[in-house]
Design a binder for this molecule. Structure first.
Ligand code: ADP
Ligand code: MG
Length: 489
């Protein structure tokens, strides 16, 4: 067997911080960036004499997630204590769910790769459970010592566990991205990876095809998609090299060091029984009656997969376009409003503008689509003016830039104002185009002769001159046609 005969197996555990204003079992604030230890209350620290009270909003978000992935939302689930000691968990246990999690099963469909070679795959989820976050060790800038900040203690998390279904780092990243987009779409997590609102642990093993699962190592706390990819790639190579050299893999928890691009062992792996899980005696089982489920189901937004299919069916968009436009809810909403204003017949040019010029301009300015200075109504009017031949596509780009700079005001009428005041209306009067062409032919005899002697390139040069002479406003199709006729080409 060669080094190529290894199959990679990956399962991800993702911690998504839920967007509640207060903590999962207390009224303390979850706002990011406060002074250390200002937002941890007696409940978060499990001081004697206080009891946890479950935050309804956190449960509601877990329900939304369960519904979004077609999972079973357990009518009854149980909170358990996971016992361990670590400086950032002075109370000695974390409240989590173990045997009976609130969300069970479900799937997420991912698209891996781009273009021709891309493929779809369904990833199965094992479970998602509610739990509280721990505090955080501060090793920098703390009077030369390490300190503990307990503000994060008790922050609500949804831990989302996948089956070991991914077979490459590309699949793992596609899954993580799809999950990231989904939790933001259903507004249960802000997805801010720098602030730690969405953290991935990657479980990685390798095996000979057909063999039972190999021993896994778990890479902890990856907070960017790039690190996720790099860490898995390094880890896979390390495991293959180790096995090829006759070594064995020991189950372990490892950390990825972005500076060296390597993973290193943090601790050899503990098993569930090491945590002495037991039901938390301070909390009742979580009961979710059918009425609650139904209400939340009624409030769910159209989900990305459904919307993507609708864009294909209703607007005849390609799979690629539909997937791109539903990559985020903001982008999908922007596109939908644009089509609503421009009319369904213009869905394809609307899609092209949103994915093309608008996306590029946002990227250049470092802006999110929700903050785009050109609104959907304006873009719709612009697309309409190109479709009705008032503007050429090229001049349309000029109008777009003017809109971006705020010319003509915020309404859709700004488009017409800009066309009017800047004299950008396309020239479609063939008499006018003809006289420009005559002038250009007279002034460019050399190109004309070159074209007549068979140089097709010279034709384009003359078209260019005509467009220039008309300041870009001549209708390009007409210019081509009239010029061909005149030159007898
Ligand atoms: P824990 O890490 O809490 O012990 P599990 O045993 O349930 O939990 O596994 C956690 C994650 O590891 C899951 O995402 C699962 O799919 C993945 N996993 C389990 N076995 C393997 C394996 N042999 N290779 C890769 N991933 C695995
Ligand atoms: Mg784990």
């Amino acid at each position: 067997m060669s080094r190529n005969d290894w199959e990679v197996v990956i399962g991800l555990e993702v911690h998504a911080q839920l967007t509640t204003a207060s903590k999962i079992f207390s009224g303390a604030s979850t706002a990011f960036g406060a002074e250390p230890n200002r937002q941890a209350c007696a409940v978060d620290l499990a001081l004697p004499g206080v009891l946890p009270v479950l935050n309804r909003g956190a449960v509601e978000r877990a329900i939304r997630f369960g519904l979004a992935i077609g999972a079973t939302v357990a009518p009854r689930s149980v909170f358990a204590r996971k016992n361990y000691f670590y400086p950032d968990l002075p109370k000695g246990y974390q409240i989590s769910q173990f045997e009976l999690p609130v969300v069970q099963g479900g799937t997420i469909t991912i698209r891996v790769g781009e273009g021709e070679k891309s493929y779809e795959k369904r990833v199965n989820l094992t479970r998602a459970h509610l739990e509280e976050d721990a505090g955080k060790s501060l090793h920098e800038d703390f009077h030369g010592m390490s300190g503990i900040d307990l503000n994060r203690a008790g922050t609500p998390l949804l831990e989302i566990v996948s089956e070991p279904d991914m077979r490459s780092s590309a699949e793992a990243v596609a899954y993580a991205r799809a999950l990231h987009a989904l939790v933001r779409w259903i507004e249960i997590c802000d997805g801010n990876m720098q602030e730690g609102s969405f953290r991935c642990d990657a479980n990685v093993s390798v095996r000979r095809p057909g063999a039972p699962l190999g021993t896994r190592r778990e890479i902890k706390n990856l907070n960017s998609f790039r690190f996720l990819q790099q860490a898995i790639d390094y880890e896979v190579q390390w495991q293959i090299d180790t096995l090829e050299d006759g070594g064995t893999i020991r189950q372990a928890t490892v950390l990825f060091d972005p500076d060296t691009g390597e993973t290193r062992v943090m601790r050899t792996k503990e098993d569930a029984h090491d945590y002495r899980y037991f039901p938390d005696p301070d909390l009742l089982p979580l009961e979710i009656p059918a009425e609650w489920l139904e209400r939340v189901a009624g409030e769910m937004p159209e989900l990305p997969a459904a919307m993507r299919q609708r864009f294909i069916d209703e607007f005849a968009l390609s799979d690629y376009d539909a997937a791109t436009l539903t990559a985020s809810r903001e982008m999908a909403a922007y596109f939908q409003s644009t089509v609503d204003a421009a009319g369904m017949a213009l869905a394809k040019p609307c899609a092209n503008w949103v994915m093309g010029d608008l996306a590029a301009r946002l990227n250049k300015a470092g802006l999110e689509i929700a903050d785009a200075p050109v609104g959907p109504q304006q873009l719709a009017r612009l697309v309409t003016r190109i479709a009705d031949n008032t503007l050429s596509n090229n001049i349309g780009k000029k109008v777009f830039e003017a809109l971006w700079n705020g010319d003509g005001g915020p309404s859709a009428d700004a488009v017409d104002t800009i066309i009017e005041t800047q004299g950008l209306k396309q020239v479609t009067d063939s008499g006018a185009i003809e006289s420009i062409i005559d002038e250009v032919i007279a002034a460019n005899q050399k190109s004309v002769e070159e074209f007549r002697s068979g140089k097709e390139k010279a034709f384009n040069a003359i078209v260019g001159q005509v467009m220039k002479a008309s300041r870009g406003k001549a209708n390009p199709a007409q210019v081509n046609e009239i010029l061909r006729r005149k030159l007898g080409g």
